[in-house]
Design a protein around this ligand. Sequence first.
Ligand SMILES: CC(C)(COP(=O)(O)OP(=O)(O)OC[C@H]1O[C@@H](n2cnc3c(N)ncnc32)[C@H](O)[C@@H]1OP(=O)(O)O)[C@@H](O)C(=O)NCCC(=O)NCCS
Length: 199
Amino acid sequence: MKHVVEWVVHAILRAVPLKSERWYWFREAVTFLPGGLGTVVRRTFYNAYFHRPGADITVVAGAYIEDPQCIDCGDRATFGRNSWISAGGGLRIGNDVGIGPGVIIHTANHNYLDANKPFFQQGHTLKPVEIEDDVWLAAGVIIVPGTRIGRGAVISAGSVISGSIEPFSLMVGFPARRIGVRGSGGSPNGLSDGTNATS
Ligand SMILES: CC(C)(COP(=O)(O)OP(=O)(O)OC[C@H]1O[C@@H](n2cnc3c(N)ncnc32)[C@H](O)[C@@H]1OP(=O)(O)O)[C@@H](O)C(=O)NCCC(=O)NCCS
């Protein structure tokens, strides 16, 4: 059954050029498809356009991914409900990355420096985002353009993240601060005592 669905989606997509009017209609139709069928259709849909498709990925209903052709997607990545991924500036997602519900990732800024012109007439600067393997972006995280998140980092709910995040960091709050590190010999909640952490 899964293979039949994949075959049908691919057949439809052959007649649906990326970002054409039909593409947006088709994406809208698949975004809220329920159940197991929705899961297979969304995975097939986005993997058909990703620059690097990911095996066993999950795109939960309500997730929107803009410019999927600019995404290198790791295996087993999950895109949570109502996440919003704007990938035009380039996005690399590692293996086993969890993108929680309501997460926002942006990869381009409006240029704004000229005060004599509206910002939306000044073009964009593309700033790729990189998320390494085994990163958990909890609910409502916002990733700004140019961010790089090291392997194994955990970003707590509602944090706003920019710059470069060290591997295995636990980041909380806004502005986000590093309060601990993941480690094999950590405390019962999986954290070390954080004494090596820096803000
Ligand atoms: C990051 C997280 C996993 C840490 O949980 P934990 O290991 O149990 O850690 P604690 O709750 O003990 O929090 C440690 C400290 O960070 C603070 N903290 C935790 N999450 C925070 C947040 N989102 N914003 C600000 N501070 C936060 C706590 O207040 C605590 O501070 P304190 O030591 O001064 O009291 C958890 O806070 C979180 O954000 N979970 C997200 C759940 C979620 O989004 N699920 C959706 C599924 S993808």
